[in-house]
Design a protein around this ligand. Structure first.
Ligand SMILES: Nc1nc2c(ncn2[C@@H]2O[C@H](COP(=O)(O)OP(=O)(O)OP(=O)(O)O)[C@@H](O)[C@H]2O)c(=O)[nH]1
Ligand SMILES: [Mg+2]
Length: 224
């Protein structure tokens, strides 16, 4: 069921004839099958604007690039800034500019995967558009999805967005170097995340001080 408001301001319930999200799941499954045919693993990074998704990918690339052939796909509304930051790390990077769209989608990813030389690729790291809410409902076909939050979002981010955290197998809490100045109790934040989904693996990290990155890298790869 859905709700719409007519011209006189009345709320009406309507039955949605088709699950509009179903197409995305179908396309995401096709992306996964394509990756699996070539033995390529894909990890998606999502999270609000500026939580440190690109910084974390840079840190992981430095640790993993000698053992894996890595391509990074950066999603943003505009600019190639993130792509340039990744290229400077010495691995391939493609930028997708979505214009007004607040998330990547499986159809766009399909087009990108068709352009990549998957025979020569081990690992694809996808940075979704900076947004805490929308990307979670639009699967791309990734084998792993990692939510990157930051203590700069304040202490209540998990409590206020439980549905996002319910879906997350991996959560990185970045910028822990700033926890004291942000008045964020890291133990309480981790407890809130675990209370929503006890099986979630939570990794406090600081890209700036390079803390916790090794533990996160070891948990993420190799992807089984
Ligand atoms: N203090 C501190 N700053 C950090 C840390 N990680 C990232 N930053 C800073 O946070 C800002 C945003 O980092 P990005 O890596 O661009 O974040 P992002 O999530 O990729 O941002 P968008 O792609 O715009 O959504 C930059 O100024 C980084 O230097 C950290 O661990 N500690
Ligand atoms: Mg970024």
């Amino acid at each position: 069921m859905g709700t719409f408001i007519d011209g006189r301001g009345n709320f009406k319930e309507i039955e949605l004839k088709q699950d509009l999200l179903q197409d995305h799941w179908t396309l995401a499954a096709a992306n996964r099958r394509r990756l699996d045919r070539f033995g390529v693993k894909m990890i998606e990074f999502m999270g609000s604007v500026g939580t440190g998704k690109t910084s974390l990918i840079q840190q992981l690339v430095h640790r993993l690039k000698n053992d894996y052939s890595i391509t990074v796909i950066n999603g943003d509304l505009a600019t190639t800034i993130d792509q340039e930051r990744i290229l400077a790390c010495g691995v391939d990077a493609l930028q997708i500019n979505t214009g007004k769209e607040c998330h990547l989608d499986a159809a766009t990813l399909k087009g990108v995967l068709e352009r990549l030389d998957l025979e020569q690729t081990d690992l694809i790291l996808v940075e979704n558009v900076g947004n805490l809410i929308c990307p979670v409902d639009f699967p791309l076909g990734a084998h792993r999805r990692l939510l990157v939050i930051s203590v700069t979002e304040g202490p209540y981010v998990a409590l206020k967005h439980p549905t996002v955290f319910m879906e997350m197998e991996y959560v990185a809490v970045n910028k822990i170097d700033l926890a004291p100045v942000m008045d964020v109790d890291l133990t309480a934040l981790v407890r809130d995340i675990m209370a929503i989904r006890p099986a979630t693996r939570v990794f406090p990290v600081s890209c700036k001080e390079q803390k916790g990155i090794g533990e996160l890298a070891a948990a993420l790869v190799p992807v089984q």
